[in-house]
Write a protein that binds this ligand. Structure first.
Ligand code: BGC
Length: 441
């Protein structure tokens, strides 16, 4: 077989992504910590606990690993409840801690990308009604002003809100994230507040730092109708309009489209300098009159597709290509802010990485403006309501001892980052079973 290498443009960002509550440990002052103390909320009663002990300083060793593995960027989030522990108090020592983490990234040659909201809220905010309260966007904006002002020296790329679609659905519709509501009206209401909060944050960041790049990180779900029936096609369309399109279109046009009504938020227009895409999987949607809360759609993985260890992710790399094609409509650069798979034994991950990088290469070859890729994640971390049952890290984590366990994917991803590309030799070494598909004769 001929040797070949597919390459990415010079300056392409290669990194990993993490989030505060998932890696820091001891985030005792946020809604997730409180949620974890309630029985039945987290699978097997797991708790975030010390997580990856980043707050205790282990970010240093993990970022050493990232830099040694050829990465040139890292996406992480800052924890609102640490910076503003009570409504009228700013914790300067927490900000200083984040400043030293950011300096640590620069010292290691990692360009930081900072997420300002990644699923967790201060307990005080939650007690005031959280994202259902129409005052919350302004409170978020005050936090953003404080944080951006303190960290601006080190940061040029900001994600205002991570996956506002997932947050609104999981917390207010499915009830698996705090506050555990199951109400489609609340879900839509929260979506509006998230759009407002994003717009305010965008304006504030640009006021403080005109040259900065600000965007949302959207979870893009590839949604197909289960059959060719008009009803299945209709619900697939509804699901993807609300789940995928609503936020980035609002940030483009200032209009929030719920299908049955459109709400204008003019200040949200033109508030994305890049589109962050988090891509994991595909679902098929079928019409079901009983599925009122999910807009008459039932979702499941397509038949016959490879699934991850716990069945959480369907390995559909073409869906990733589709995500980037979809992203073109927003006319801004795209950054893959998350992509990865839970796989404790690292059997599927090498294949998943290679197949997805190949799809990204197809996109880049059409000159689509994809500027970087952040793998989820650097090290196993606390997987929300799924606790520690799912392992997304390139590095494994022993939560008892804090030991890091090197998986084969560490070396595969390092080879990709260092080469700024993917070679047939890499595929042959790490997942020979797909060599002929990735590099056909
Ligand atoms: C979230 C991450 C999460 C990952 C895997 C994404 O939806 O942004 O926080 O760990 O999915 O479940």
């Amino acid at each position: 077989m001929a040797q070949a290498t597919i390459r990415f443009p010079r300056g392409f960002l290669w990194g990993t992504a993490t989030a505060a509550h998932q890696v820091e440990g001891n985030n005792t002052n946020n809604n997730w910590w409180a949620w974890e103390q309630q029985e039945g909320r987290i699978l097997q009663g797991h708790k975030s606990g010390l997580a990856c002990d980043w707050w205790g300083g282990r970010w240093k060793e993990d970022l050493d690993r990232a830099a040694e593995a050829g990465q040139n960027a890292h996406r992480f989030s800052i924890e609102w409840s640490r910076i503003q522990p009570t409504p009228d108090q700013w914790d300067e020592t927490a900000l200083e801690r984040y400043r030293s983490i950011l300096r640590g990234m620069h010292e290691r040659g990692l360009m930081p990308m900072v997420t300002l909201h990644h699923f967790s809220n201060p307990i005080w905010l939650e007690e005031q009604g959280g994202w259902e309260n129409d005052d919350t966007p302004a409170k978020f904006a005050a936090f953003v002003r404080k944080a951006v002002d303190a960290l601006k020296e080190y940061v040029s790329h900001w994600v205002t809100i991570n996956e506002p679609n997932v947050y609104a659905y999981a917390a207010f519709n499915e009830g698996v994230f705090p506050p555990g509501k199951r109400n489609i009206g609340s879900t839509f209401h929260v979506m509006l507040n998230l759009v407002r909060a994003h717009a305010m944050a965008y304006k504030i960041i640009h006021e403080i730092q005109p040259e900065s790049r600000v965007g949302l990180a959207m979870n893009y779900l590839s949604i197909f109708p289960a059959t060719a029936s008009p009803l299945d096609r209709f619900v697939a369309g509804v699901q993807s309009t609300i789940y995928n399109d609503l936020f980035p279109r609002a940030a483009r046009d200032g209009k929030v489209n719920f299908m049955y009504r459109t709400v204008r938020i003019p200040e949200a227009a033109h508030t994305q300098d890049f589109l962050g895409i988090n891509y994991y999987s595909r679902n098929v949607a079928s019409f079901d009159l009983r599925a009122v809360s999910t807009l008459f759609g039932r979702m499941k993985h397509p038949e016959g597709v490879e699934e991850s260890a716990t069945g959480f992710i369907a390995n559909v790399p073409e869906g990733f290509y589709e995500a980037m094609k979809w992203g073109l409509q927003f006319n801004v650069p795209m950054i893959v802010t998350e992509n990865g798979v839970e796989d404790h034994e690292d059997k599927m991950r090498p294949r998943y990485i290679v197949q997805h990088i190949q799809q990204m290469w197809r996109a880049v070859n059409f000159n689509w403006p994809v500027k970087g890729y952040f793998h989820w994640s650097l090290v196993d971390n606390f997987e929300w309501e799924r606790g520690w049952t799912q392992r997304f890290g390139l590095w494994g984590l022993d939560i008892e001892t804090q030991a890091r366990i090197r998986r084969n994917s560490v070396d595969l991803y390092a080879d990709i980052c260092k080469e700024n590309g993917l070679s047939s030799a890499m595929v042959e070494k790490y997942c020979p079973e797909i060599l002929a598909r990735i590099f056909p004769d």
